[in-house]
Design a binder for this molecule. Sequence first.
Ligand code: SAM
Length: 527
Amino acid sequence: MALSLLPAATVSARLATRKPTPPAAPSSLPHRGNPSTLRLHPSSSSSSFDPAAAAASTALQCPHFQLCSGCTHEWNLDCPPVLQEATEFFKSLGVSDFTFESGGLWGWRCRAKLAVRGSSDTPLIGLYQEGTHDIVDIPMCRAHHPNINAAVDLLKEGISKLKVEPFNEDLGTGELRYVQMAVTTYNTSLPLQDRYLNGKVQVSLVWNSRNEHSDNHEKLSSLSNFLWRNGGAKSNNHLVHSIWANFQTSNSNVIFGNKWRHLLGEREFSEHIGGIDISLDPSSFGQANTQAFNSLLRKLQKHVSYGSSVVDLYAGSGIIGLSLAATRKCRSVRCVEINKESKLSFEKSVSRLPKTIDSAISWHNTDASVEPLHWLKGSDVVVVDPPRKGLHPSLIDALRKVALTELKSNQAPESSIMKVKDEKRPWVLRAREASVHVEGNTTLDKSQTWPSTLIYISCGWESFKEDCRNLLSSRAWYLEKAHAFNFFPGTQSIEVLAVFKHGRQTAKRTKKAGKKKKTPKLSHNGR
Ligand SMILES: C[S@@+](CC[C@H](N)C(=O)[O-])C[C@H]1O[C@@H](n2cnc3c(N)ncnc32)[C@H](O)[C@@H]1O
């Protein structure tokens, strides 16, 4: 879940799940946690065990809970309510070793989009109250990285001192509409264990004007200078990494406009994640929970064989694909993303890869659901990481077709895949024009291979279940492994990493005391 400005539709679920006393955590769930955050209460094994204190050790304890729409659960943050259902769901599909990893329960959100409302004397910076367009001020949010809260405080001070007018949605007036705060923990001069808490905030001010030449541009300069003077590299309280402006005048709900300007501080925003150094501009998609994303990437890498050809669909700035290129020495990696703004971040991240990597790497600005077979062809592994609504039906259809055809023969599925030089389709041509290619020493695999591994990363549990059933119903794919990660503690959501293999699952042999069982256990599809 990348959004912190949740739609009103989540209201009833949240209210219904709040309980006056801490519920007991389900004990039957497979659970792997970060020991630094999933600690047992010290007295848990002694006779003075205090259940209330133990419950509090995984409780949200946020003063804004119930008013703010960001969190839906107060207790057992290490064990989101959907986990029980997920365990049963995967078991019913033949995966009994489903795992769940939980990391930091508080201060995990390194990226937040917050609305700025109220008045210059009393600015409110936060999320909408459920079902309304009223903003709840959340200065002590427990999900935010602590430096996001500190930067919000500083921003409020600047707004009041400089008489900056917060946006008024009804009238369309005011100057500051939203702010995006993104934390980088990349600081190689600090010991590893100190880097997270010393994260610095990239502040993006969404300004209610067409560009930096509009009437109110002086206020924007004054506000950014104030932030930099009091929070920048030379201040006593260095918490601001950089300041950007985005210009937006539209009446729609879209937060960002198309124009971005770097104002102050470092332009490069870096992170070390999935084994590589990456760059991320504010206009590009970024995962909110950096640490959990790193754990997911580490797990994902284990499911990709060395030397594979990978296509990364819904790639954003290509972090997943690039991380695989570097750690699995992929023959080729193609990233496909609809948002053209992610191209620059991809290019910068590519330039930071170790020179020893000789994969053929490319990034394509196009819609993955248009002619998906074009992107699947020539890859051994397809990674999909769609938005919460899940995969487009055309992609599911292509994935089913590819795997079924591979099962029956070794030929290409019927499709309108054209020879490269005869290509006339405007969207493919446009995508080609807007693409980035880095030719490695390895020859790009142009053979007629089709993916035999599908790795599905999902932040939308409901859509994932439906896509999963659709993929499995063709019997062209089976589910081999499933993992989940606590990306959004305090909410209903989990991040799923599911590994599908094409074909039919071979019987699993279970070992017992070194002996093989005579009758192999059959998989979910009964074959
Ligand atoms: C959940 S994000 C994942 C991004 C990336 N994998 C990462 O982890 O940084 C989903 C991405 O899919 C992109 N997207 C949405 N619809 C798309 C489509 N039809 N074709 C290609 N990309 C799409 C979005 O712009 C967004 O960057």
